[in-house]
Design a binder for this molecule. Structure first.
Ligand code: NAD
Length: 452
């Protein structure tokens, strides 16, 4: 979709004007078009920085080396040398005094991070804190990383934080690959938890991450769902693309092009769970990845909202999802180590004018995964939600100019995201290596200022 501001800035005739009246000049985000590589950090310069008594430095160093990163030392950085990724082990932060090391280590190097660089901060899990002060200090790191994200975002640098449980240090490989790689181009300012509750898979592939897996994506004929189906396919999954019967022609075409199965089904139909169950059982014997992407909006302020607007949104965005999950889980058709991913929204995080119906369903998904994920952890199944911000799709392109421009710029990266950015996050959460991430909601919004 066209970004007028980027066009203005890149044109020598108009670039000076945009600059002189102080318009933002968003950087071109470095994205990846291909699948994960076995050694994803080849040629990348990393700094690994530890605060006092961190318990993650050793596993982090090992993982960065295995991924072929060049690990530099802060005191050996040449004058103009830039780093591509900064990994901060803050797991030892327990008392306010421990923040001093954070300042002292990062202050001299923060300006050395290259454009499109990555910062990942690891923090102790607040639930494991010895006392209230330690819990507060862990949480303080979130304020630090979110602020740093806002400072570095205009240069395309993303900053994220992971609260890591003490015995989850062996669950960081995929986390590093995603949060320090180009896949996280539009995910910034996020705080996620990594726990040791979920049963670990027997195999953790480092390429073709989803080979041998069956993935079902709802609403896959276009937009984010289509991009997600393509991305999962790229990692080697067998993919089932589901969409409404009215979209059959498009659905058949896109499925054929990517080598996937097409299934025309309205998920809100009363018999949809039973039909889906039968299809999955007969054709595939089960699914490993289920992406609940199909969703609709029917916007009106509450006082003006007709009942059918309310009901349609409830049915598609929530009731259908719950009914399908129940049917597939009860029939044991979500396989061990399965991955359930739900498309929530920034509206679910912050609410939105004219979207009481939509925001209710999208917020409900956030609460749903927080409870469902841990409940399924024993079977190795993870449930997480993804909350997109402003994504450049046909939907956002149809917005009035002023609303669209505001939506696009109100984030640390000063631009909209691509469907591929959402697909990358879904792909990460669907991967075997993300088994420490369960019950989370992660925003893909360029660190949107709304609901931040
Ligand atoms: P879209 O409207 O472009 O695509 C949604 C797809 O779902 C369509 O192909 C549609 O036919 C299908 N669908 C709708 N109802 C269905 C039903 N009953 N049964 C089966 N399929 C059905 O939407 P999108 O922008 O790609 O968004 C995908 C998801 O991401 C939605 O859940 C949406 O709420 C969420 N989301 C999108 C954005 C954004 O900026 N685009 C932001 C936040 C959240």
């Amino acid at each position: 979709m066209s970004d007028l501001l980027k066009q203005l800035n890149s044109n020598p005739m108009t670039g000076w004007l945009a600059k002189s009246i102080g318009l933002p000049n968003p950087v071109t985000l470095a994205r990846e078009n291909g699948p994960y590589q076995p050694q994803p950090f080849s040629g990348k310069r990393a700094l690994l920085v530890s605060t006092t008594n961190g318990y993650l430095e050793a596993p982090l160093r090992e993982l960065l080396e295995a991924a072929d990163a060049e690990i530099l030392r802060a005191d050996e950085l040449a004058e103009q040398e830039r780093i591509d990724m900064l990994v901060v082990d803050g797991s030892g932060c327990q008392s306010p005094g421990d923040y001093t090391a954070l300042y002292e280590r990062l202050h001299p190097i923060v300006r050395r991070i290259a454009t499109n660089g990555r910062v990942l901060l690891l923090a102790p899990h607040p639930e494991e804190a010895a006392n209230a002060v330690a819990s507060g200090v862990a949480r303080g790191l979130e304020g630090f990383s979110r602020s740093l994200g806002k400072e570095l975002g205009p240069r395309g640098i993303t900053v994220n934080l992971a609260y890591v449980a003490r015995n989850a240090g062996d669950r960081l490989d995929m986390l590093l690959r995603f949060f320090c790689g180009p896949q996280t181009a539009y995910v910034s300012g996020q705080a996620i938890t990594v726990t040791a509750h979920t049963k670990s898979p027997a195999e953790l592939p480092c390429e073709q991450l989803l080979a041998g897996k069956v993935a079902l994506v709802t609403g896959a004929a276009r937009g984010i769902g289509l991009s997600t189906a393509q991305r999962l396919r790229q990692e080697g999954a067998q993919v089932i693309c589901l969409d409404i019967p009215a979209a059959s022609e498009e659905l058949e075409r896109v499925a054929r092009e990517m080598g996937a199965e097409a299934l025309a089904l309205d998920i809100s139909a009363a018999d949809a769970p039973a039909k889906l169950l039968e299809f999955v059982r007969e054709q595939f014997g089960g699914v490993d990845i289920l992406v609940h992407n199909a969703g609709i909006t029917r916007d009106k302020t509450l006082g003006k909202m007709p009942e059918h607007f309310w009901q349609q949104v409830m049915q598609v965005n929530l009731e259908a999802i719950v009914a399908i999950d129940q049917a597939l889980l009860d029939a044991q058709l979500i396989r061990e180590h399965g991955r359930l991913v739900y498309l929530s929204s920034m509206s679910g995080v912050a609410g939105n004018f004219g979207q009481t119906n939509y925001a209710t369903t999208k917020a409900a998904l956030i609460g749903y995964v927080a409870a469902l994920g841990p409940a399924l952890a024993e079977r190795g199944i993870c449930a997480n939600a993804v909350a997109p911000g402003f994504i450049e799709t046909a939907m956002t392109d149809a917005m009035p100019f002023v609303t669209r421009e505001a939506g696009r710029r109100l984030n640390s990266l000063k631009q909209g995201g691509q469907p591929r950015d959402v697909a990358e996050l879904v792909c990460f959460l669907s991967s075997p290596g993300a088994y420490g991430v369960n019950g989370n909601t992660i925003r893909v919004c360029g660190q949107g200022l709304i609901g931040a």
